[in-house]
Design a protein around this ligand. Structure first.
Ligand SMILES: Nc1nc2c(ncn2[C@@H]2O[C@H](COP(=O)(O)OP(=O)(O)OP(=O)(O)O)[C@@H](O)[C@H]2O)c(=O)[nH]1
Length: 863
């Protein structure tokens, strides 16, 4: 790679044997011993001067330093060129001869040049010759490269063509085994046309031999447009005449082609070394794992890791890197990066969904019940379900599937069956998106409470109208008017007070006025004029999901548009599948579900998340593609996020001494909705001091794998309505894993707060327990300065630390040496009492100073 001229190179350039050049250099006063030593330009000029002188042509001032004449020597540079990709990647040394710039002697240089400096002329001539030789050599090499590339290309085309022809012939043979070859010139190509006709072992054998052994049949269809179009499929750049030419040459001169192939060695299976580096164009999305990028670049993962490392990015093969880093490293590796046409499958899906056009018909309202704890949400939902859901089959019991629908005289109403609670705010916020109407339950005996207000805010934010249910009116201390007044303060104004909100006074216990509530909901729905397209492919949202031991993944979905039918293919979040069966809330099988009707779906590839959209698509392929693409994306973002967390941890620890502590949790629950709600609520408890990190979890019982995860990461396991199995219990016992069972969300939050408080440890706080004012100062031979003080606040105690303040500024911190009252040593002196205070190792105390006595106490930190 050296760009410097060695003696050997110089000798080659000036066409002089190395020995002779060494000799000449020695004579010129530059003794070199090694032909690989570097000759500097000054030395070259010196040599030139010497040569001239020895030939009687003295050169003035060459060695004087003003050097009016310059000679630029030709330089050759060796470069490493990386060719090929993947395993065939290799490095080739290429000698690049740099363009020679000969600086001719200027006109003004006069006599010397004009004097016919033969020697110099000779050197220049030789240099020129050498340059010419180099140029020619380079041209020759370039031409050879070009020829090789063309031959490789031609061989490739011919091999493809031969293969195609083989398939055609195989098809021909299959179609007309008894016929003469000439008898089916039309039929054969059509049969073979592009459908991946299965190859017989014989045809495969033929394919292998296509490079040299294959001879086209004389009777093969010639000249037909159809045929030529197929054979040159994918070669759109060829003109009709080119196709004809190639077509005839392909058939007419098989022998020459054979000969040519064997000569170049570039048959379909011959190796032709790429002559230029392959620049790959890779599509990169928001994130990509190092492994995926390496695969796209046809490189080994390690090479990409190395390149990243050189750029200062530490990443392992499995780690994800962001778009910008990926682009940089791709370019660094000599390839081209393009923005991935994100969500190509997703786009196809969108186009698919947008297709749905049809008549909009009126649809039932979807209702969510919200309200403060214990105000009767569950009781109300239960009462309506119990009394209004048509049980279908005799003896059928209603199931909790996350939603149900009731049929009233005024129409159908669907209820989302998610109990409302602060911890469910994430679900509720999502619920509100699905929801057309919110029924706000307020207990008549309790009135408006914080979560009542929160529910109002949620409904407002989602632009969903309210119907207020004043519950528990059966109770003696019920006061509906108070509720109405309190709600007015929240701008929820009843019709009777001039507002537009319907209020129903009811009892979820006795069922009083429940019908009136259903009427009010129907009326509100009428006002909203809710419509949806009923015909066509269904779309909607997942309300609830779980993994059923016998039935596999089960998702309750709410259809929003179209009709969901048994046998439909659907994408559901990152899952996909074909609807194997549909069940309603009574557990009966149904064939379809129309807008606003909740239904349980069986047949998905996995458990989707509550809140995921679902879309029915035409075919399984698209469903699978979209689901997989989404899954990959989700995984990648998760990996990036995880990497970020690790960094944050490190940074936090570096920055703030002890650093932010982490409480790891594994959260398992019976339904996906609870997992999500818990995850959100618990993570939200994080503060600057502690990070609540839900490291794992999901739907179902606590397994051995959950327990092991918890053990290795010192996590607390939260089991919400689920229990640990025997093997998990064993791991939990062995490793002393902290396992806690819950059935009320609120308790989980409370306990996690406690656990976190424990983890936060204690904080040392200072508490001032008393202050004394210095009135006078006495000198004692035993104690030094003793301050005559009056305790003005609290109590001053011996053995406690003190501070001396002057003008409210601390001037000394130390200990009490003596505390006396009337020459008596005392342990403490209270407010309003005089005393003498001796401060250890401090004698500068003055009248007017303050002595502050304090103690250090340990306080349990809380969130
Ligand atoms: N007397 C009377 N009691 C009721 C009525 N509705 C509910 N309750 C009682 O109130 C208590 C709480 O009712 P829930 O339905 O569990 O209340 P919730 O709002 O769902 O409570 P969380 O699920 O904890 O948020 C229960 O003991 C019910 O029996 C009612 O109309 N009258």
């Amino acid at each position: 790679m050296s760009q410097q001229t060695t003696i050997r190179k110089l000798a080659a350039l000036v066409n002089t044997p190395v020995d002779k050049l060494l000799e000449q250099l020695a004579e010129a006063g530059m003794p070199f011993s090694d032909p690989d030593q570097v000759v500097t330009s000054t030395e070259k000029v010196k040599l030139l001067g010497f040569l001239r002188r020895t030939h009687g042509k003295d050169e003035k001032s060459t060695e004087g330093g003003s050097s009016p004449k310059k000679i630029t020597l030709n330089r050759s540079r060796k470069q490493e060129l990386t060719v090929g990709g993947g395993k065939s990647r290799s490095t080739v040394d290429v000698v690049v001869r740099k363009k020679v710039t000969l600086v001719r002697p200027s006109e003004g240089s006069g006599a010397d040049a004009a004097g016919g400096d033969n020697e110099r002329e000779e050197i220049l001539r030789k240099l020129e010759e050498s340059r010419q030789r180099n140029i020619e050599e380079q041209q020759r090499l370039a031409e050879a490269d070009k020829r090789r590339a063309e031959e490789a290309e031609r061989a490739k085309r011919e091999a493809e063509e031969a293969e195609r022809r083989k398939v055609e012939e195989a098809a021909l043979a299959a179609a007309a085994p008894a016929a003469e070859p000439e008898a089916a010139p039309e039929a054969a190509p059509r049969k073979a046309g592009g459908h991946g006709h299965p190859k017989t072992p014989a045809s495969r054998e033929d394919d292998r031999g296509a490079g040299g052994r294959h001879k086209p049949r004389g009777g093969a269809p010639a000249g037909s447009d159809d045929d030529s179009a197929k054979r040159f499929a994918g070669q759109m750049h060829l003109s009709a005449s080119e196709r004809a030419r190639r077509s005839s040459s392909a058939r007419g001169k098989p022998r020459r082609r054979q000969a040519e192939q064997s000569r170049t060695g570039a048959g379909p299976h011959g190796f032709s070394k790429p002559t230029v580096p392959v620049v790959r164009e890779v599509e990169i999305g928001d994130t990509i794992t190092v492994a995926d990028l390496a695969q796209k670049l046809a490189l080994k993962g390690g090479e990409v890791v190395k390149a990243l490392f050189k750029m200062g990015v530490m990443a392992t093969i499995t780690q994800s890197i962001d778009h910008d880093t990926a682009v940089l490293v791709t370019e660094e590796l000599g390839h081209k990066a393009v923005r991935a046409s994100e969500d190509s499958a997703e786009d196809a899906l969108l186009a698919h969904v947008e297709d749905a056009k049809g008549e909009k018909l009126s649809r039932p309202p979807v209702v969510t019940i919200m309200g403060h704890v214990d105000h009767g949400k569950t009781s109300l939902l239960d009462y309506i379900r119990r009394t209004k859901v048509a049980t279908g089959e005799a003896g059928g019991i209603t199931q909790h599937i996350g939603a149900y629908h009731v049929e009233t005289d005024k129409g159908v109403i669907s209820f989302l069956d998610t109990p409302g609670h602060a911890a469910f705010s994430s679900m509720r916020a999502r619920g509100a998106k699905l929801t057309d109407i919110v029924v706000l339950v307020v207990a008549a005996d309790d009135g408006v409470k914080p979560q009542t207000i929160e529910a109002i805010q949620h409904a407002r934010a989602a632009g969903v109208p309210l119907v207020v249910a004043i519950n528990k009116v059966d109770k003696s201390d019920a006061d509906p008017t108070r509720v109405k007044t309190e709600l007015m303060a929240q701008e929820v104004v009843a019709e009777e007070f001039g507002g537009d909100i319907q209020f129903v006074e009811l009892s979820a216990k006795t069922g009083q006025n429940i019908d009136a509530l259903l009427d009010a909901i129907s009326l509100q729905a009428e006002v909203l004029e809710l419509t949806a397209i009923v015909e066509g492919r269904a779309t909607g949202v997942v309300i609830e999901s779980s993994l059923d031991k016998g039935r596999g993944p089960v998702a309750t979905v709410l259809v929003q548009q179209g009709t969901l039918e048994k046998g439909d293919y659907l994408v559901c979040g990152v899952q996909y599948g074909r609807v194997r069966a549909l069940f309603d809330e009574t557990g009966s099988q149904v064939d379809s579900a129309t807008p606003s009707i909740p239904v349980q779906v069986l047949g998905l590839s996995g458990v989707p998340d509550a809140g995921d959209d679902f879309v029915v698509v035409d075919d399984e392929r698209l469903a699978k593609e979209v689901a997989q693409q989404r899954d990959a994306k989700r995984r990648e973002s998760r990996l990036v996020a995880q990497a970020g967390n690790r960094m944050e941890d490190i940074l936090a620890q570096m920055g703030s001494g002890e650093g932010q502590q982490t409480l790891n949790l594994v959260v398992k629950a019976d339904v996906q909705g609870s997992v999500q709600a818990l995850r959100d609520a618990l993570t939200a408890l994080s503060t600057d001091d502690i990070r609540i990190n839900v490291i794992g979890g999901g739907v179902g019982g606590i397994t051995e794998s959950d327990a092991t995860l918890a053990a290795t990461s010192k996590a607390t396991v939260i089991g919400f309505n689920v229990r640990a199995d025997a093997s998990a219990r064993k791991v939990i016992e062995t490793h002393g894993v902290d396992l806690r069972y819950f059935s009320i969300i609120y308790d989980v939050i409370d306990q996690v707060k406690q656990v976190a408080s424990g983890l936060l440890g204690v904080e040392i706080r200072e508490e001032i327990i008393g202050t004394a004012e210095v009135r006078d100062v006495f000198r004692s031979s035993k104690f030094g300065a003793v301050a005559g003080c009056m305790v003005v606040e609290g109590v001053v105690k011996r053995h406690k630390p003190i501070r001396v303040l002057r003008d409210n500024t601390v001037i000394f911190e130390g200990e009490l040496e003596s505390l006396r009252r009337f020459k008596e040593n005392v342990d403490e002196v209270r407010n309003g009492t005089e005393c003498g205070i001796g401060v250890k190792e401090y004698n500068d105390i003055k009248s007017g100073d303050q002595i502050e006595c304090f103690e250090r106490i340990e306080v349990q930190r809380t969130l």
